[in-house]
Each structure stands twice: as C-alpha cells, then as structure tokens.
Design a protein. Structure first.
Length: 598
C-alpha cells in the first residue's frame, strides 16, 4: 500500500520540478557555507543543519575545554541567535536596541566597529515575547540587520556604514522584527512578527544591492497576495484551488489573521526553493475565527526568484493552542524506508516531528517527539490532519472556561530554538520544552497596535514530573528518541553537532554543555555569566577551533526575568512556570568563546 502511494507521488514531483534554474544563486555564499572555518549564516548552512565538520575539539579532549575570551554586549534581556564569523571578523548582534559589533579575531576580539540604530523605544511594548533578535546575515561585503521596528538595514561589513535601509512594516499596528534575515541568490528575505497583535504575516524579498522590494507573499488572502497558483500550487499533491488563502476564514477576519513568519528560512539551491513556516491565526480565541484559518500554521515551499508558492502543508488547521508553525525546516538528503529522498524535517511547536518530501510536499511521517503531547493522538498521513483529542479543545468548553492539562503548552514541545542534525550519527538533536498548560479563551476586540490575544494561560510541567526541558537525540527514520537528557528548565538554545562526535547546547541556568553525540554522556560543562537562549557555533582562527555562544537570559520562557513580570499568568502564561530560574542566573548579554589549549 505505502509503496504504491510513494511511487505515484514521485511521478508528480518529477513533473513539477523538471525545469529548474539556479542562475540567480549567489555563488559566494554557496561556497562559503561549506567552509567549516567560518560560520556564515545563522543556522550554519542553507540546509539549516547546524552541523560542523570540525573535529579538533572532540569527545576525547572536550573535557579540557576552557574560556579563551569573552565579551559583554552591555545589553540586558534575551539574547537569542548567535554570531557570524566571516574571515577574521565576528559579527555579534543584541536584542533591542539591536547593536551590532564587529570583533576583529586577529586582535583578540577588539571592536572594529559598532552600529546602533536609532529606534523609537515604544516598540519594546509591542514585542510579545521579549525584545529578542535572532541574528544578522552576511552577503557580498554587507551585514544585514532586521531591527525591532521592522527596518532592514545593510551595513558595510568593513566599516559598519549604512549602505541602504528599507522599512518592512508598521509598528503602529503591532508589526515588529525579530527574525534573522536569510540571503539566497541576490535577495535578502525577512518575515514579520506580531501574531499576538492581529498582524497579517508576510515574507518579503529585497534586492541585496539596492534594498528595493522584489516580492511580498502574504500568508492569507487572495492568490494575488499569497502568490499561489490555483492550479500549480499543491497541498499534499492536489491543486489548492482559487483563493485558498480566503477559504478558511469568516468575513474579513483574514485581514487580522496572523500567520506571521518570524522563524527561520532554509534554501535548496538545486531547485531554487525556499522553505519556512507561518504562525498562529489571530486571535488566540478560536471561537472568533471559525474555519481552517488558511494558511496559518503552514509549511511553505516557494520559488526564490518569484515568490510563487510551490506547495503548502497546514499542520494545525484552526489552531486552538498557539502552536506557531515557524520552527526551522531542515533539508536532509538521505535514505527513507529504503529509498534516497530529499527530505524536509520539521519539529513543530505542536509536538509532532514532520518528515516531508521537499520536492513534492508529500507527507511521509509525523510522530510525537515528546511523549507528553496530548492535544492529538496522531497525524493521519493521508489527509494530513491531526487526530484531535476532543477534551483538549479550548473552543469546546466555551469562552471564559479554562481547558486544563493540555500538552504541550503554547510555547510548544520546541519553539524557535533550532535543532542540529549530524550526518555522522544520522540523528537530530532537539532542544525541547516539556511544558503543559491551562488555556482560557476570552472575547477580544481588535484595536490596532494593542494585544489581540484573547486567552489567559497558565503553564507547568507535565503531571508527575518536575523538568520543563528535554534534550533529545532523535532518529528521523525510526521516528523515535535514542536518548534524552532531562533539564530543569526548557532547552532554549540551538545545539551544534560536530564531526568531533560532540554535541554542544546551552541551558537556561547558563551552562554550556558538551555531550557525546552517540550516548548523551555529559563530557563537559561550564557556567556562563547568564542563562543561555542563544545558538552555539564553531569556527577556526589561525588554524585553531573555537566554540562560541551568547548568554543573556530572556525570551518567552524567561520573560518574567527579562521584563520584570510577576503574575503566574503574565508573559502569555510563562511567568509562573519559570519563576525558579532567578535562583540560578541573572540578566546580561555576554559572548563566551571556548578553546582546547595546546
Ligand atoms: Ca504565536
């Protein structure tokens, strides 16, 4: 049965993707991403594997690791993302006010230049989940910064001087910028934030040389807005039909429909395709938006050059839990059930690990990567629909009545903190949350620029457990965990796997940990000055391998500490669950760079 179905869809995918052009591919970055001595894009490479072939630091000598040097950013609140390394320069970003530091590695990290944009600090109040920023991008001698106020700015990588800037959105209606830009071909791509403010999601491409807008693709609306072709754009192998981005909405609700695109974008240069996800539909009160709310909570495959949608897949139609679908799409070419396939693997907020054929958009697998997940029992691979558990519906009970014990909580079994994939072990390394919630929908009226949430949440660990976090090694073909490490708090740090047989990750208490990639045995740990919600990277300088990470606790999980909130249901429900974190660490951005001496 299964084999027949695959065969049928393979034919379809071959037809779909036959005429492929990569004429616009940016050759410089295509080469640079394979150079392990540098770290040229936030997720390490276009496939978003966060894997490095470096192995000077390995499972035998990692126990001797020590701090080589460190650097204070001088900025409090949450430091997500991680620095880039281009040649002898390291580029370090901060949360609002979005400073960028160019550190000269040939001068022990001396500051070559600093850039600090002028932004209205009113934007702080409309950033839902701390004033985070997930990093800068590099291409063609420029550094690209996506500011909190949505401005995209191109800086001369040598001097920090502004080459151009472009305004992507309007903070007056709650639109903000938190995502790292992605460079592909001659375009710089950015998504928007503001799903908690009734913002309509879009992905926008700008020319890297001029800052001129090339295309914009919305997550909902008519085909002219979503850049969908009713006949050619597919969902699970079938044409989407006309104006599918309006189909799952009542009246004009789609105009406040969320589906923001604040996560990561991957790129397959062989098919000139970008992949990213869209977030929650607006509001969080599902009763106010009957229908499937297309295309929120959706994996998108788009042509880089035109923005036209090739295929879509909606993971959580008519969301009732804020399970944003924005987590990274990891592109892996490997065997799947005896056949070489070009896969897209995605660990969603909703707790399912999706495996798709990225050429055709066929759904190959979907299994829970946290056993606590209880809002759905499984995903039907034929229809693509989650098999929902009726008791966990937040709509069924009606407004102002909480549904209790839903797992995962709104911040998901994993949030934006990106996974790592090691081709050496064939395993994914998942930085996980292990959190459940009570969810009480409330009626909310739309006021431009004000929160448009419509739900009160309370979060806590799964019943009978105390750990809010898990670090999991996952076999994507067996669709099973191989080992896991329980962590007291969420693992809100993007791990790094290397050919040294080591995986590095950070904890919210502030530990940088190195573990054996095969067994999970902890080989090294060091407590950095603040909790780690940043992503680990590695590079060489002067022939020597270094490992670098940003500390600086905050983000959604630590919003209580970052923004000084104290009520259990504050911070969209996160404050109560993570209250104990302040016993372990404090605010403050610091870069720590590690080496093995000798
Ligand atoms: Ca959201």
């Amino acid at each position: 049965m299964m084999k027949l179905r695959y065969a049928g869809l393979l034919c379809a995918s071959a037809m779909l993707l036959a005429p492929v052009s990569s004429a616009s591919a940016n050759d410089e970055l295509l080469t640079m991403q394979t150079d392990a001595s540098q770290w040229v894009m936030p997720l390490g490479n276009y496939s978003s594997t966060r894997f490095s072939t470096l192995k000077q630091i390995n499972r035998d000598n990692v126990k001797n690791m020590r701090v080589a040097w460190s650097f204070s950013t001088g900025v409090l609140r949450g430091h997500e993302g991680g620095p880039l390394v281009i040649g002898n320069m390291m580029y370090v970003h901060t949360p609002f006010p979005n400073k960028v530091f160019a550190l000269d590695l040939s001068k022990d990290g001396a500051i070559a230049w600093t850039y600090e944009p002028r932004q209205d600090n009113k934007v702080i109040a409309i950033m839902c989940c701390d004033t985070v920023n997930r990093g800068v991008a590099y291409a063609a001698g420029k550094i690209f910064l996506h500011q909190s106020d949505t401005t995209l700015v191109a800086l001369d990588a040598k001097t920090g001087k502004v080459a151009w800037s472009a305004v992507d959105g309007d903070p007056n209606v709650g639109e903000t910028g938190t995502s790292a830009p992605t460079i592909a071909g001659n375009l710089v791509l950015i998504g928007n934030s503001g799903g908690e403010f009734g913002v309509r999601g879009h992905m926008t491409a700008y020319d890297i040389a001029t800052g001129k807008q090339v295309w914009r693709a919305y997550s909902q609306g008519p085909d002219s807005d979503t850049l969908m072709d009713p006949k050619k754009t597919t969902v699970l192998g079938k044409a989407v039909g006309k104006d599918s981005g309006l189909a799952g909405w009542k009246g004009d609700q789609w105009k406040l429909g969320g589906g923001t695109t604040w996560g990561w974008t991957s790129f397959d240069p062989t098919t000139n395709t970008i992949f990213y996800g869209s977030g929650n539909p607006g509001t969080w009160n599902p009763a106010q938006r009957p229908g499937d709310n297309r295309w929120s909570m959706t994996i998108w495959a788009r042509d880089l050059t035109t923005g036209k949608a090739k295929w879509v897949y909606q993971m959580t139609p008519h969301d009732e839990w804020d399970y944003d679908g924005i987590n990274e799409m990891v592109l892996v070419d490997r065997q799947w059930k005896g056949k070489d396939r070009k896969l897209l693997v995605h660990f969603d907020r909703n707790g399912f690990a999706y495996v798709m054929d990225r050429m055709s958009g066929e759904l190959l697998g979907a299994e829970k990567f946290d056993p606590a997940v209880n809002w759905a029992s499984s995903v039907d691979l034929k229809t693509g629909l989650p098999v929902r558990v009726p008791e966990m519906s937040t709509e069924k009970t009606g407004e102002d009545i909480p549904t209790k014990g839903i797992c995962p909580a709104a911040l998901g079994s994993k949030d934006q903190q990106p996974v790592s994939y090691s081709p050496d072990t064939g395993l994914f390394y998942i930085p996980g949350n292990h959190v459940c919630m009570d969810y009480e929908p409330t009626k909310v009226a739309y006021v431009a620029g004000s929160p448009y949430v419509g739900a009160t949440l309370l979060m806590y660990p799964p019943k009978g457990e105390t750990n809010l976090g898990r670090f999991v090694a996952w076999d994507p073909v067996a669709q099973k965990s191989v080992w896991e490490i329980k962590e007291q708090f969420s693992v809100w740090s993007g791990p790094l796997a290397t050919s040294g047989g080591v995986v590095f990750y950070g904890t919210m208490e502030g530990y940088l940990k190195a573990v054996d990639a095969k067994t999970g045995e902890v080989l090294y740990r060091f407590k950095t000055p603040s909790g780690i919600i940043g992503n680990i990277n590695t590079y060489t300088f002067g022939g020597k391998q270094y490992v670098a990470v940003l500390s600086g606790v905050g983000g959604w999980a630590a919003i209580g500490m970052a923004a000084g909130l104290s009520g259990d249901t504050d911070g969209l429900g996160a404050v109560g669950a993570y209250r104990g974190l302040s016993d372990y660490t404090n605010l403050g951005g610091t870069l720590t760079v590690f080496e093995v001496p000798g």
